[in-house]
Write a protein that binds this ligand. Structure first.
Ligand SMILES: Cc1ncc(COP(=O)(O)O)c(C=O)c1O
Length: 464
């Protein structure tokens, strides 16, 4: 509890007076006020009243190395002192961007590739859209303007990428999605399966849906398809077995390139460097952000195969310039931090660590299936979710969506754990450095909070 006139109260008042919060119910915020965090240490964060929390979401799926990593702070400080700003326009360059580009190409599935830097997942996906328009125009395929993605996808919130995103909350009241963007079926087996439909038949249906969708849109007008390996912000939707193996030949048949959005999955989250490796995707271009710098500084990148890059390069020569880029494309301090982040992942065998602790993570997550409120648990690597249902052993959600999720997230917070409620799906995405015993602490809180949530829902007559 904060004392009157405490730092928390003073900051809360100023927050409400001056801050415009993203992705927030702005009226409810006036009542509830902000949740103000002050410092962090490893997987823990502390609020302004000194309360300690496990960061069960690594911030926004991003803070892979946790808080207080001195090596990252030192890498930033060294670069701040040496050359705090430089750009990559008109052939200018600097060592951190060059070194980072080389590392990313080495890690990528492409034999030869180039890297284009941005500052966020959204602007990098925007770059992808512009790149594929540019490429198709250069090839004379001037009708290819449309992009496919999927219902429940999240690809960002710029004007174009919010159209790629397949979530009503991102479109509502914004006159979105724009033309040129459409969404195929979500591969969410638990919620979208027909009664008694096997996973195999569901995947066949997803393939048919995609093919029908492509035909309806006209394949000659489709520039590319975007996909996250697993859908994060849409509710941690893990593709069913053979999903990408089923849709890839359909995309190939209609010559539709696959753009892989690795903003959440990239750099070990699913137990491989790329989610594309985990789920057998064959992309021609990749978007990365978040864990690239462990989110110590904003940086994103598009890694595009040389087959595509060469077409862009040729056209830029004809036009005199490749006319796209940001002031902060390849910001040297962000690049230096990202280089250090990738060094740490490799040196500390982060993939091995993720695969080891993932066993505890999945085991404890699955244990939550025993609670009546939980209809489905799903996880891979160090990302997972549980989905609440109103009737056990069914996929029947609650009439009023998000109530149970919010009650749970509030209890978890009161018990010292930060999670994200996406409606009635509770997402878990802890820092990759989390240990077995910390995972156990985290799920002890989850189970405690589940019991409290069920009591509360029962009292309100919402849980049968
Ligand atoms: C898969 C994916 N793509 C793109 C984005 C957008 O990234 P940003 O918020 O950095 O713009 C996100 C953000 O969560 C994401 O999860």
């Amino acid at each position: 509890m904060s004392r009157p006139n405490s730092l928390t109260e003073k900051l809360s008042k100023k927050d409400k007076d001056f801050l415009f919060h993203p992705n927030t119910n702005l009226i409810a915020h006036k009542e509830s006020g902000p949740f103000i965090l002050e410092r962090g240490e490893g997987i823990y964060v502390y609020d302004t009243d000194g309360n300690k929390y496990i960061e069960g979401m690594a911030g926004l799926w991003c803070n892979a190395l946790g808080h207080g990593n001195e090596e990252l702070a030192d890498a930033a400080m060294e670069q701040f002192k040496k050359f705090p700003y430089g750009n990559l326009f008109a052939s200018k360059s600097h060592e951190p961007a060059i070194e980072l580009a080389e590392k990313l190409v080495d890690l990528s599935p492409f034999e030869n590739a180039k890297v284009f830097f941005g500052s966020s997942g959204s602007d990098a996906n925007d770059t992808q859209i512009k790149l594929f328009w540019y490429i198709n125009n250069a090839l004379g395929k001037t009708k290819k303007k449309k992009f496919l993605s999927r219902v429940q996808a999240y690809h960002g919130v710029t004007l174009a990428t919010s159209s790629l995103t397949g979530l009503p909350t991102i479109h509502g009241n914004f006159d979105l999605p724009q033309n040129h963007f459409s969404h195929a079926m979500s591969p969410h087996y638990f919620m979208n399966k027909h009664e008694d439909e096997s996973e195999e038949s569901f995947v066949e249906r997803l393939g048919e849906d995609l093919e029908n969708h492509i035909k309806k849109e006209d394949p000659e007008t489709i520039a590319a398809m975007f996909a996250e390996p697993l859908m994060g912000a849409g509710g941690v939707i893990i593709p069913p077995k053979n999903y990408f193996e089923t849709i890839q030949p359909i995309l190939d048949k209609y010559e539709i390139p696959l753009i892989d959005d690795e903003v959440i999955c990239g750099f070990g989250r699913t137990g491989n460097v790329w989610g594309a490796d985990t789920f057998n995707m064959k992309p021609v271009s990749i978007t990365v952000a978040k864990a690239l710098s462990s989110s110590y500084l904003p940086i994103s990148a598009v890694i595009i195969s040389d087959d595509c890059y060469d077409i862009v390069a040729q056209k830029s020569d004809e036009l005199g310039i490749f006319g796209h880029g940001y002031t902060y494309s390849g910001h040297p301090v962000a690049c230096a931090v990202a280089v250090k982040t990738l060094e740490i992942y490799e040196r500390d065998n982060m993939l091995e660590h993720v695969n080891k602790v993932s066993q505890t993570f999945i085991e404890r997550l699955k244990k939550c299936d025993q609670y009546d409120l939980v209809g489905n648990t799903r996880g891979i690597g160090l990302i997972g979710a549980m989905e609440f249902v109103s009737v056990k052993n069914s996929n029947k959600g609650f009439e009023k969506k998000g109530v149970a999720g919010k009650i749970f997230a509030d209890h978890a917070k009161d018990n010292g754990l930060i999670v994200r409620a996406i409606g009635d799906v509770i997402a878990f995405c802890p820092p990759l450095i989390i240990t077995d015993s910390q995972i156990n602490d985290m799920f002890d809180i989850v189970e405690e909070s589940l019991k409290k949530t069920m009591d509360e829902l029962a009292k309100q007559g919402l849980l049968k």
